[in-house]
Design a protein around this ligand. Structure first.
Ligand code: NI
Length: 169
């Protein structure tokens, strides 16, 4: 039996200007929020992603989801409260289909976040999960993974995206 994986959410692709905007904190934890979080997971899975942030679907709220290693995380108004080490690994983004680049990030993080019920949660993660948390949290501040790259690498990616989409910069 196939799972129904339908949502109206469309993932915005770079260089959509919404991706560079700073999201607003969530203040109301209601059914609408729970439904939106569920839809974010659906849209993320439909694109084979491990994380998706609200601004990537045009909603400027501090909400993101991560699913990795069979664990699901809901990040609402998340913040990093501790971090250790440095890890260099390849990452991609659902807003940059087919584009991957090495980015340096902390190897371990401790984050504080809220769940859909407005309860505070603390997560510690290392490696790829830590990277996913940090990547998604960046989206909530309008920061993209290409912002970590050298001008040379970033311009090469912009050129490639422009060729793919016919977009202008
Ligand atoms: Ni991303």
């Amino acid at each position: 039996m196939s799972e129904i994986n339908e949502t109206d959410l469309k993932i915005l692709k770079y260089p959509n200007p919404i991706l560079k905007k700073v999201s607003e904190p969530v203040e109301v934890f209601d059914d609408e929020l729970a439904k939106f979080v569920k839809d974010l997971f659906t849209a993320m899975r439909a694109s084979d992603g491990v994380g998706l942030a609200a601004p990537q679907v045009g909603v400027l709220k501090k909400i993101a989801v991560v699913e990795y290693d069979e664990k699901k995380y809901v990040l609402i108004n998340p913040k990093v409260i501790d971090q250790k080490g440095i890890a260099d690994d390849e990452e991609g983004c659902l807003s940059f289909p087919g584009i991957y680049a090495h980015v340096q990030r902390p190897e371990w993080v401790k984050i504080e976040t809220f769940d859909v019920h407005g309860e505070k949660q603390t997560y510690e993660a290392s490696g790829f999960t830590a990277r996913a948390f940090l990547h998604e949290m960046d989206h909530l501040s309008g920061k993209l993974f290409i912002d970590y790259l050298s001008n040379l690498k970033r311009n090469a990616i912009k050129k490639k995206v422009s060729k793919n989409t016919g977009g202008h910069f």
